[in-house]
Design a protein around this ligand. Structure first.
Ligand code: NAG
Ligand code: NAG
Ligand code: NAG
Ligand code: NAG
Ligand code: NAG
Length: 421
């Protein structure tokens, strides 16, 4: 019963928490214009659509099917994503405003500038009102030509989103020639080590789960890598007490078989299944966002998504503040090894004969401190037990306080008292 109350309240509260309001749906708008179907398809594939939908006051410079196909034919998806993010201008330009640019020329910020991939001012575009009513677009990099031009208006929703067709992609120097590692050639282990996730990387290797990751990387993979501090945090269970199958599940729980860059996580509404998911609702993660912060919830504790280590479509690697502990492994029994729980272990686990990962220090094994059933407080903040640093508690609850509207709190309190009576 306590569990039922908890899950009711948790699912209610979490759905209320998704606070990112979508300003528009670019996919839906463009679906009415077949001449941009290719452009629309790539906005979806690169997940730029999610990013566009969360932003207000935006101008999308659309390529027709001919121009889009020409761009896509020669480049991998990660390069296409960079090129298209340079076509998303973080300002509102309708045809009238295009012709009223003060002094006839301006530099405008694009989504590319916000990715961290754009050196210098390569993420800006130059918009210039040329002679004879023509408007030219080019990279803001000095010496660039204005070789793309405005051709026609597609759609305006003042002053939220404007879609304008331009003749060809805007090419910033180096954007098409930057090395684009194919996801299968990326050395995930090396990247994780460099990002301060040595413990996680070593567990992936000794368990063999790295092979599962590496082979999923081509088709879409998002990795949530706990940093080394996270493994040392109080409350992290003694991993040496887990069976090999459980270690495999735990590691598979730290990745999803989809390309979900930060903007997509921010807008995700439904629970996301992980590589460990072996049935509906099993080994899922719930995502909440508040402002620019994204938090993952396992049902046991929250974990903030800290940094993007790599975003190279269709592979993305994040660091997270806490080890993600699935309820399926740690939430039910007070003992660290719940018996009889079928655990999926599709990949052979070479860890079987090797000693348990010795590098993991667990100051308080779960056995010694059974997880208190997480209780929803009447105040509205889910009292998930944070495994990890105290700061993650602050993060988690701050996110909650910011985004829970008063009536939700009241409603949760009411439900709480009904269920408890
Ligand atoms: C613009 O976006 C805001 C916020 O999402 C919304 O309230 C408003 O109705 C939108 N304007 C139009 C004209 O759709
Ligand atoms: C946007 O519109 C598309 C096509 O109409 C639809 O499939 C998709 O679910 C919508 N996205 C959101 C976030 O509502
Ligand atoms: C835009 O590019 C043109 C042509 O290169 C240049 O003359 C103009 O100064 C640039 N505009 C700005 C604001 O830098
Ligand atoms: C990946 O990097 C790790 C550590 O930096 C190294 O041990 C391993 O050999 C590399 N793997 C490949 C396939 O290059
Ligand atoms: C928590 O954050 C504060 C300031 O934000 C910092 O001084 C402190 O060292 C952090 N503690 C941990 C455990 O990260």
């Amino acid at each position: 019963m306590a569990t039922l109350q908890y899950s009711l309240l948790l699912s209610f509260t979490l759905s209320a928490l998704v606070s990112t309001i979508l300003a528009h749906n670019i996919t839906d708008i463009l679906s009415g214009f077949p001449e941009y179907s290719e452009f629309n398809k790539y906005l979806t594939q690169t997940k730029l659509a999610d990013e566009i939908n969360t932003r207000q006051t935006i101008t999308v410079l659309a390529l027709n099917n001919g121009a889009m196909t020409a761009l896509a034919a020669k480049h991998p998806l990660s390069v296409i994503k960079n090129a298209l993010s340079l076509l998303v201008v973080l300002d509102y330009y309708d045809p009238t405003k295009l012709h009223q640019i003060s002094k006839g020329t301006t530099l405008s910020t694009t989504l590319y500038q916000t990715t961290g991939n754009a050196p210098g001012n390569l993420g800006f575009v130059n918009i210039t009102d040329l002679q004879g009513g023509k408007v030219g677009f080019g990279s803001a990099a000095p010496g660039s030509k204005l070789d793309s031009s405005y051709t026609k208006s597609v759609k305006q929703v003042p002053y939220n989103i404007s879609i304008l067709e331009i003749s060809q992609p805007i090419i910033a120097p180096g954007i098409l020639t930057a090395p684009a590692p194919t996801p299968s050639s990326v050395n995930i282990t090396a990247l994780l080590e460099k990002a301060g996730c040595k413990t996680f990387a070593s567990l992936l290797q000794t368990s063999g789960v790295i092979k599962t990751y590496q082979s999923a990387a081509d088709k879409g993979l998002t990795i949530f890598a706990p940093n080394d501090e996270a493994f040392k945090a109080a409350g992290v269970p003694d991993l040496s007490k887990l069976t090999n199958a459980e270690i495999v599940s735990l590691l598979q729980y730290h990745a999803t078989a989809t390309y979900s860059p930060f903007g997509s996580l921010k807008t995700s509404k439904d629970p996301i299944s992980t590589l460990a998911s072996n049935g509906a609702g099993k080994f899922d993660l719930t995502v909440t966002s508040a402002g620019d912060s994204v938090t993952l919830h396992t049902g046991i504790g929250p974990s903030r998504v800290a940094e993007t280590v790599l975003d190279s479509t269709p592979l993305v690697i994040f660091t997270v503040d806490n080890v993600l502990l699935p309820v399926e492994l740690f939430g039910k029994a007070p003992s660290p090894a719940p018996a009889g729980e079928p655990v999926s272990a599709p990949s052979p686990s070479p860890v079987a004969s090797s000693p348990a990962p010795a590098s993991v220090e667990a100051p308080s094994p779960l056995a010694a401190s059974p997880p208190a059933p997480p209780v929803e407080t009447p105040g509205g903040a889910p009292a998930e037990t944070p495994f990890g640093s105290e700061n993650s508690t602050a993060d988690g609850s701050a996110a909650v306080h910011v985004s829970v509207p008063v009536q939700v709190t009241v409603f949760a309190t009411v439900i709480c008292s009904i269920l408890m009576s």
